[in-house]
Design a protein around this ligand. Structure first.
Ligand code: PBG
Length: 323
């Protein structure tokens, strides 16, 4: 035999030297859930190991993560039902606890990168990402609300705005609103190819944000479609997205690869709640090795082409790397 690929696998040092994909804590973005109050750390039953925090304890958690090498965070608010309305008006209210928390996090940790979520669902009495009228999502009226939300988050100190709503034209609209208000330096990481997925349920449990009626299929993409992701990406790119995300990650590695090959801006992927929940559940049963499965999953998302990965594994992966 002239060629024996196994020679390049014969020892840990050789394997490390020729490893094609490397993953470090600098690639990870940690999604965290916030609720109003003090002294709260409430585990999410369908997402073990993840919590709803009040800001006092969240600040401590973020400090621990920074010590472990995680420096980018995406915060999601769990909003009390009585603050929700059809227009999601609490999302940009001056006494909003989420905006206050953004301000406090950036005040305490000015060097961390803070991403915020732009979509109506956590604040909407309909539980939808867009404004609902007669059972329909009204796209262009939603844009106005998303614009206000983005400005409020930028004012609070957000470094990256993450529109997760999948309305048409929102990236361009948000960019224009940010620039008009002198927030040229605030970035947009758009949820470019966000699929109508079964893997979001633990997240919706965490925030009590499931749609009150219907589903999200008129705005989130059909899992069967790939070329449509190119159209979404073309639009977001032209409208000024700084980074483009594919969500979920695992069932859509081909889409991550496709966007990476076609667009010269960073591509990110959201390793969503249901994907992580599968690994937690199987490892709690002793069916999978937690650290090995988590690492393989993250590595495969990076290998497919993701520069950054949003993942609930971020802290555990960082701890694992330290060992
Ligand atoms: C909603 C939003 C969702 C997630 C992030 N932002 C859920 C949805 O679209 O219903 C899901 C994230 C996850 O499952 O981890 N704007």
């Amino acid at each position: 035999m002239q060629i024996r690929p196994r020679r390049n696998r014969k020892s840990p040092v050789i394997r490390d030297m020729v490893q094609e994909t490397k993953l470090g804590t600098e690639n990870l973005i940690y999604p965290l859930f916030l609720e109003d109050g003090v002294g709260i750390k409430r585990e999410i039953s369908s997402l073990p190991n993840n919590f709803r925090w009040s800001i006092d304890l969240l600040l401590k958690e973020i400090e621990e993560c920074i010590d472990l090498g995680i420096n980018t965070f995406d915060i999601f608010p769990a909003v009390n039902e009585n603050l929700k309305d059809k227009l999601a008006s609490y999302s940009y209210a001056s006494d909003n606890f989420y905006l206050d928390a953004i301000h406090q996090i950036k005040g305490n940790f000015p060097d961390c990168v803070l991403m915020t979520d732009v979509a109506m669902d956590p604040y909407s009495s309909d539980g939808h990402d867009g404004f609902v009228e007669n059972g329909k999502i009204i796209n262009d009226k939603t844009l106005t609300i998303l614009g206000k939300m983005s400005i409020a988050q930028a004012q609070a100190g957000a470094d990256i705005i993450g529109p997760s709503d999948m309305m048409d034209g929102r990236v361009g609209f948000i960019r224009q609103e940010l620039d008009r208000n002198d927030f040229q330096e605030v970035s947009i990481m758009s949820y470019t190819a966000k699929y109508a997925s079964a893997f979001y349920s633990p997240f919706r449990d965490a925030l009590d944000s499931a749609p009150k009626s219907g589903d999200k299929k008129t705005y989130q993409m059909n899992p069967a479609n790939k070329r449509e992701a190119l159209l979404e990406a073309q639009l977001d790119f032209e409208e000024g997205a700084d980074m483009m995300m594919v969500k979920p990650a695992l069932c859509y590695l081909d889409v991550i690869h496709l966007l990476k090959e076609n667009f010269d801006i960073p591509i990110t992927a959201y390793n969503v709640s249901g994907e992580c929940a599968m690994v937690y559940a199987a490892s709690q049963n002793g069916w999978l090795n937690y650290e090995a499965a988590m690492t393989e999953m993250l590595l495969s998302i990076k290998r497919a082409g993701a520069d950054g990965i949003l993942t609930y594994f971020a802290k555990d992966f960082a701890k694992f790397c330290k060992k």
